[in-house]
Write a protein that binds this ligand. Structure first.
Ligand SMILES: Nc1nc2c(c(=O)[nH]1)N[C@@H](CN(C=O)c1ccc(C(=O)N[C@@H](CCC(=O)O)C(=O)O)cc1)CN2
Length: 294
């Protein structure tokens, strides 16, 4: 039976560590780090995520601001706001919550963010630095997974790692990071996607499987090998009759995979809270490297 990689517990530890750092900053009479989140539209999950980011800021002692736009906002209005935030001496980092409505070119928006304030690590300059093993902001979800593996001392060196899904914010950066020379990395990585002929052929041989598909219960126990490490990034709201009206489903069929795996992340309480904690980490890094807060 697998042991749990408890993302909620580790995320609390990381936030507690950041809180101590912020207390020291405030003792030295400097201003607190400041994170801004931009939310466009009314997507229920996106609203919940940005609200939780604001709560995390309160918890660690950061200043936070939430800027809301209607789903009809134009690209130029958003770009204007980004320009303002890029120039603001009072803002250390900001994020634009994804996904964005169809009329907005997501790439254009991300490219407009000053890479020094890009605490999501999505800007091409930061993505390139990540691939080149240079110091930069790592995207929060992959950063969270690496940190979870590190804190549980999971060996990644020389392991076969299969990633399912090649999104720009999870699967693709994850594939680069797991193959980097620094710990936790040094894995032999296979990035599978919708055109992969037989995903099972890969997952059955993998020491580490990372699923980032958004397809509830996709990965079943008979698709993995005995002792594998299973990381579930998928969080899908599936409608049901509960008071909330939905439950959260991962990409992993938890019971059948947990029976065979050595380690496994739960949903909820696995990668999600780690994503939030690593955004806080990136924000304090942005603050410390900012040219504005000496
Ligand atoms: N600008 C960004 N947009 C999006 C990102 C991102 O990193 N930056 N990632 C995802 C959503 N995401 C962060 O924004 C995110 C997803 C899940 C969680 C989380 O805490 N999940 C909890 C369950 C929460 C719930 O009840 O719904 C868990 O898994 O335990 C936090 C952040 C897409 N957009």
């Amino acid at each position: 039976m697998a042991e749990i990689l408890d993302g909620l517990k580790v995320s609390k530890e990381i936030k507690a560590e950041i809180k101590v750092e912020v207390e020291k900053i405030l003792e030295s009479k400097r201003r607190a780090p400041h994170l801004v989140a931009i939310l466009v539209g009314n997507n229920g999950a996106s609203k919940a995520y940005v609200n939780s980011k604001v709560k995390d800021c309160e918890e660690v002692g950061f200043q936070s601001s939430l800027i809301k736009f209607p789903s009809t906002v134009s690209e130029s209005e958003l770009l204007e706001k980004i320009d303002e935030l890029n120039k603001s001496k009072a803002v250390d980092g900001f994020i634009v919550q994804l996904p964005l409505p169809d009329q907005i070119d997501q790439e254009k928006i991300i490219n407009a963010i000053d890479p020094r304030k890009d605490v999501d690590g999505f800007h091409p300059e930061n993505f390139g630095k990540m691939a080149l093993e240079m110091d930069t902001f790592l995207p929060a979800t992959p950063f969270g997974i690496l940190t979870l593996l590190e804190r549980y001392n999971i060996e990644t060196k020389g392991k076969d790692c299969v990633i399912i899904g090649r999104s720009k914010i999870v699967g693709r950066p994850m594939s680069i990071l797991m193959g980097r020379k620094d710990f936790p990395g040094n894995s032999t990585v296979t990035l599978t996607h919708s055109y992969t002929k037989d995903i099972e052929e890969y997952t059955k041989k993998a020491d580490i499987v990372i699923t980032a598909l958004g397809d509830p219960h996709f990965l079943k126990g008979d698709m993995i090998k005995e002792g594998a490490v299973i990381i579930d990034v998928g969080i899908t709201r599936v409608d049901n009759d509960s008071p909330k009206g939905y439950y959260l489903a991962g990409d992993v069929d938890f019971d059948s995979c947990a029976a065979k795996a050595s380690w496994i992340t739960p949903v909820p309480g696995g990668v999600g809270p780690m994503t939030r904690a690593m955004l806080m980490k990136n924000t304090i890094i942005a603050y410390k490297t900012s040219v504005y807060n000496d």
